[in-house]
Design a binder for this molecule. Structure first.
Ligand SMILES: C[S@@+](CC[C@H](N)C(=O)[O-])C[C@H]1O[C@@H](n2cnc3c(N)ncnc32)[C@H](O)[C@@H]1O
Length: 267
């Protein structure tokens, strides 16, 4: 979505407030940087990148994004230890064995939404090849807690209509669901979480083409391993406050779903 400068300021304000809660995950990623350079693949507005570049003045950072509009407004733009590069994550932007670490901070689900698993694997493999042996790939993403069927009570007519729109408009996968009682539906947990991350988002059109819950931890492991990486560590970070809750009552205990996945190029 193309935004005006004023809309962008409002967005940056909201994201900066939200970033306060993400700092522990970003700090945990930074613990694995080692020697640089560090590439931030899908750096976006650069809120985490500017924070990292300021906290690690000794490291050189490259921020990569395919949106030149977003890069123009990137908050890390004027930092002396940051270079911004306009490129698709699926392409080989950096020479082989030239990077110390590769960060994918909430960008791989977008690559998957646009280009499927093939595109996601291309992006991860390109980053793996750019790393020196032993260099880390750091992924911050959701993991699907389960695909068990869960109950969602919808208590307002407005949210009932939004759910009907979601079922009709969500283009990533079909959402099987059944009516359990007059106000309660039953659906898979990944689809229920997908709905709860989207029904209050003002950019409905984009959200209907994007997946937030694509893989379980085991599936992430299989994909990253198939790209020639090995697991170092996985840590959970509670980000459940991003779920909207007005007009709905989830009938199950929602587990933490945000994770930092630490993998490395084998030595
Ligand atoms: C949700 S934003 C995250 C931005 C930033 N990492 C953060 O945490 O604030 C995802 C970013 O990935 C970028 N992106 C998605 N697919 C891409 C691709 N195929 N090539 C390059 N950038 C991509 C988008 O333009 C967007 O800026």
């Amino acid at each position: 979505m193309k935004r005006t400068a004023q809309q962008n300021d409002v967005l940056i304000d909201g994201l900066t407030r939200r970033f306060e809660r993400q700092k522990p995950a970003v700090d945990y990623m930074a613990e694995h940087f080692g020697a640089g350079p560090v590439a931030d693949f899908g750096c976006g507005n650069g809120i985490p990148l500017a924070y990292l570049a300021q906290r690690h003045p000794d490291l050189f950072f490259a921020g990569v994004d395919h949106s030149t509009d977003i890069l123009d407004r990137n908050l890390a733009r004027s930092r002396p230890n940051v270079l911004l590069v306009a490129a698709d994550l699926q392409s080989r932007t950096f020479p082989g064995e030239s990077l110390g670490s590769a960060v994918f901070n909430r960008s791989l689900h977008e690559v998957y939404s646009l280009f499927g698993e093939v595109g996601l694997k291309l992006a991860v493999t390109a980053a793996r090849d750019a790393l020196r042996p032993g260099g880390h790939v750091l992924v911050y993403e959701n993991a699907v807690p389960s695909r068990d069927r869960v109950a969602l009570r919808i208590v307002t007519e407005e949210v009932r209509e939004l759910f009907a729109r979601f079922i009709r408009d969500y283009s990533i996968r079909p959402v099987p669901w059944t009516q359990k009682t007059s106000d309660t539906i039953v659906l898979q947990e990944d689809d229920a979480l997908e709905f709860l991350t989207k029904y209050r988002d003002p950019d409905w059109e984009s959200e209907m083409r994007e997946v937030h819950f694509l893989y379980s931890l085991e599936e992430w492991d299989a994909v990253l391993t198939s790209c020639g990486l090995e697991k170092v560590a996985v840590r959970r970070f509670d980000d459940r406050q991003i779920l909207a809750t007005d007009g709905v009552e989830p009938g199950w205990d929602i587990a933490d779903f945000k994770h930092v996945l630490v993998y490395r190029r084998p030595v």
